[in-house]
Design a protein around this ligand. Structure first.
Ligand SMILES: [Zn+2]
Length: 415
């Protein structure tokens, strides 16, 4: 089996790997680079057959629904099957029409189901459901030509589904020749450091909610389902209502998991921001709206219950909150990667928080394994060789492991 990391050997985001066996090919992930200014075709890796005319390209496998792993699907033919988790596919399909910019809807293809092998050409593909901030995420074992390649995908062991990662580590697949291992946390944390757990985040949120004198605004991704659960649980502890928008309601439903908070649960309210009302009208989403309207409230009601409410904040709420006087005594909780806050794209938000003198509190933990857990994961899998991917620090893998080999982007090598 031949492998090529097309992108990701020395960067986080834009992951793309090609594997070849007996003249047939698979692509694993088709990510948009994190530094891309927009989702543009120019970022497509140089892989033959992305126009769907080459039968040697069997499928694209998507490990999980994060833009830096699937974004470039926007520029490849829908004739190429996309293999991914069923829930992840549903989330992307439902999310796309709500979001500005280019958010591809994946082409049809087989569904990944944890620990159920799929056969594609001479490849045997076995996915393992894993803990990550993206929903329905997998580590993937690829077997061909008597060789075994294990792709970690993005993962962690401190989220709400940590038990999935623990299970993989206690029941690891054997005889792994190569482990393609993500290393997002290297260079961000010291080698012995760990991240806060999602349970710690729930507690921190709960403490802030308990003391909030006005509306609490929590700014996170609606697709970070673990975080939404943490926020909801912290709300419950404090008798607060979680107020969501239609996009979030639709994403929560798209998980297909009715143990995850849903728009019709008693402690949840639906508030449709003005720009979303326009979107609903323009797209005739009346059925969608009706389906999620059981607990619908309007801004006047939010004014009445602001001290007992937590709003899942999106920037499209800004104008209305201001107009409704809901920023008095409000607190803004930033619950995303801190690097985004420094970027120019959030300058308007920094100004807004400052202008209204809203206290900003950071409560967040990473979607990626700490160096400590990266070490445990690789030790459990006992690969012959570890190859860095999805990292800015490939050279620092040597501090954790003694069987590391580096391969540059665009270079084919043999497993
Ligand atoms: Zn990810």
């Amino acid at each position: 089996m031949q492998v090529c990391i097309h992108r990701g050997a020395k960067e986080i985001g834009g992951s793309c790997v090609e594997v070849i066996s007996q003249g047939k090919r698979l692509i694993i992930d088709m990510g948009l680079p994190l530094d891309a200014e927009k989702n543009d075709k120019k970022y497509l890796p140089n892989i033959p057959g992305l126009d769907g005319t080459d039968n040697s390209l069997l499928a694209v496998l998507i490990s999980h629904p994060h833009l830096d792993h699937f974004g470039l699907l926007a520029h490849i033919s829908h004739r190429i099957p996309v293999i991914m988790g069923k829930d992840a596919r549903r989330i992307l399909t439902q999310a796309s029409p709500f979001l500005p910019g280019l958010w591809p809807i994946p082409a049809n293809g087989m569904d990944l189901r944890s620990e159920v092998p799929l056969h594609v050409g001479s490849f045997k593909i076995t996915p393992f459901l894993i803990d990550h901030s993206g929903y329905d995420a997998y580590s993937i074992l690829i077997e061909a030509d008597g060789k075994r390649l294990f792709y970690s995908g993005d993962f962690r062991a401190h989220g709400r589904k940590a038990s999935l990662t623990e299970r993989l580590m206690t029941h690891p697949p054997k005889n792994i020749d190569v482990l393609l291992l993500e290393g997002s946390s290297l260079g961000r944390l010291d080698i012995n450091e760990s991240f806060l757990s999602e349970t710690d985040i729930e507690q921190q949120l709960s403490d802030v909610f308990a003391q909030a004198k006005g509306l609490a605004l929590v700014h996170t991704s609606s697709q970070n389902i673990d975080r939404i659960v943490s926020i909801f649980r912290a709300c419950r502890k404090n008798g607060k209502t979680l107020v969501i928008d239609l996009y979030t309601a639709v994403i929560l439903e798209a998980t297909g998991n009715m143990n995850i908070p849903q728009s019709n649960w008693p402690d949840i309210a639906l508030l449709i921001p003005q720009s979303q009302r326009v979107q609903i009208l323009n797209n005739q989403w009346f059925d969608k709206l009706k389906k999620h309207s059981r607990n619908r409230i309007f801004i006047e009601r939010l004014q009445e219950i602001s001290t007992q409410s937590v709003l899942l904040f999106r920037p499209l709420h800004m104008g209305e909150l201001e107009k409704a006087g809901l920023l008095k005594e409000a607190v803004y909780i930033y619950s995303q990667y801190k690097g985004y806050w420094e970027e120019d794209s959030y300058a308007y938000l920094r100004d807004w928080v400052l202008k209204h003198q809203i206290p900003k509190i950071n409560i967040h933990t990473s979607g990626h394994a700490s160096p400590v857990d990266l070490k445990r994961y690789a030790d459990a899998l006992q690969p012959t060789k570890i190859v860095p991917i999805h990292t800015f620090k490939p050279e620092s893998y040597n501090q954790l492991y003694n069987n590391v080999e580096l391969y540059a982007d665009g270079k084919f090598w043999e497993v």
